[in-house]
Design a protein around this ligand. Sequence first.
Ligand SMILES: O=P(O)(O)OC[C@H]1O[C@H](OP(=O)(O)OP(=O)(O)O)[C@H](O)[C@@H]1O
Ligand SMILES: Nc1ncnc2[nH]cnc12
Length: 193
Amino acid sequence: MFAEENGLKGDPRLQAISQAIRVVPHFPIHGIMFQDITTLLLDHKAFKDTVDIFVDRYRDTHISVVAGIEARGFMFGPSIALGIGAKFVPLRKPRKLPGEVISEKYALEYGTDCLELHVGAVQPGERAIIIDDLVATGGTMSAGVKLLERVGAEVVECACVIGVPDVKGQCRRIGKPLYVLVEPRKADKCYPD
Ligand SMILES: O=P(O)(O)OC[C@H]1O[C@H](OP(=O)(O)OP(=O)(O)O)[C@H](O)[C@@H]1O
Ligand SMILES: Nc1ncnc2[nH]cnc12
């Protein structure tokens, strides 16, 4: 669900967060409106508000694991984990984690990718959230859910900064509640095609 419809209606922080995300047309390939959160990270207030909104939502919910998806989930997840008193667990692309791992393949628009989790990082019965910058098809987030469930964790919710308007469809695919701060924006200025 969108934060706007869940207690933050009219909250000016959401609009400021949305405005702080740069939109780059046709990156990395033609037709993609790339939502660039690096500009959000440059804006101290918008960055802090982003983290604070998630911390306020998950504080006192007995979450002990914040799992972040490589790469851009790593930019928000650790601050949220510190804010709610949970551990941070990276879900990484293949061959990055040095210890024993379990892996989960997932489909991209073209081809496949894979996420890995260190064995022993999460214990059975732990309550987890998964954080990423953006959910598009939901394939990446679904792989994260599968990894955590395979080690016996309970995935309470998935959270992202940017989500496509069809949030119900993503929830169905992911099979978990999905909490989203803002919708993707269209281009900032007129770029040539
Ligand atoms: O919902 P989906 O269709 O699965 O897409 C969402 C994923 O795509 C982007 O990552 P990307 O795969 O570009 O990897 P990167 O962050 O390592 O660049 C984004 O940061 C999400 O992780
Ligand atoms: N439009 C987009 N912007 C940034 N990251 C993405 N990952 C998938 N689609 C994306």
